[in-house]
Design a protein around this ligand. Sequence first.
Ligand code: NAD
Ligand code: ZN
Length: 382
Amino acid sequence: MRGEDFDIQVSFRHRVRFTRNAFAPGNSVLSDVLETRGHSKVLVFVENELRGFFPELEGEVQDYFAELPGLRLSGVEWLQGGEESKRDDAVYQAALAAIERYGIDRHSYVVVIGGGAFLDVIGFAAATGHRGVRLVRFPTTTLSQDDSGVGVKNGINAFGKKNFVGAFAVPYAVINDFRFLHTQPESVRREGLIEAVKVALVRDGEFFNWLEANVEDLRNLEEAVLEEAVERSAIQHARHIAEGGDPFEMGSSRPLDYGHWAAHKLEQLTDFELSHGEAVSVGVALDTLYSAKVGRLKMADAERVLKVIEGLGLPLWHEALDLRDSKGKRRVFRGLEEFREHLGGELTVLLLEAPGVGVDVHEIDEDVWEECVEEVAACSRV
Ligand SMILES: NC(=O)c1ccc[n+]([C@@H]2O[C@H](COP(=O)([O-])OP(=O)(O)OC[C@H]3O[C@@H](n4cnc5c(N)ncnc54)[C@H](O)[C@@H]3O)[C@@H](O)[C@H]2O)c1
Ligand SMILES: [Zn+2]
């Protein structure tokens, strides 16, 4: 045989920072992470929705960069955000066109300020323009600050499939500016916290204990407690990506997708009327109860988890669980097959052994899972 195998290793630095009012005069969190040599350009994208909440933002961004030697603000572009922005490639194309128009090169920066959907679209443009320019994310929702914003995925929907076109790309930096964290509707802010519960359950039992002890303040969205939960969750997500051994999801084990196989299916079955956070709450509740029923987790611990989810005002059950196919089988179970297809190989689902300790299994006993559905249904209907 002629030829050789080459191992190519590339290392990335994932800078995750926390602050408040990053664009206030004198706040150096952003300028400290940007290299200012060589007079780099900065192009800022903000999602339209934020204009109503933060009308002064554009002026602050302009003043901030005016004071920074070595960095030049090319422009501030306001574009459509939310799930709508991922539906086709219009916003993606508009962002690419701006990257081209302003001459953003591989030593310049794209800064994006917005919710998870907007970060996905602009991140995809930044990952593909010039085959990748530096991206600094400012997530502005609970869910994107405590989970997706520190992730390494970008993308838009295509062929009716979510995130069908996209790229793995480690952002240059992620800045969680808590100023943005308190303007979403209360219920939406609470829903985002389920990802903190999830990451605590799969990685950090001590964090779960803390969430449990603070559940009432979290439900009331008490600022300091909410921010601490978001910060700890973001750090755990980033640490998993950096240290978990599979940042670009080549394998089948997906601890950060705990409870998500059912969640994704429930979102789809309800035509996305059920939000991601609510769907994940139901999925986490059921996979936790299941973990106990099959003898992996102590039932008392499962009950603690369900109590925390309920304590946050999040659901354990949803009527879409009762939808059945023509053979009488619950349609949610199709989610297992879709999850397997998504993993591209063997079904791998995480269960819990204790809060903070997960274990991969390759099979779900549907009869036992049914029992769990019946049980949470009974609690939820009372
Ligand atoms: N890339 C990843 O790894 C990853 C992981 C999980 C989820 N996601 C994606 O993230 C998206 C969901 O993100 P999301 O929950 O942040 O929702 P979102 O981005 O759709 O935002 C929800 C709504 O809140 C608005 N909004 C944003 N910031 C606000 C603020 N500070 N105050 C008030 N309103 C604000 C948005 O305009 C939108 O209407 C989905 O598209 C999902 O696919 C990506
Ligand atoms: Zn999720």
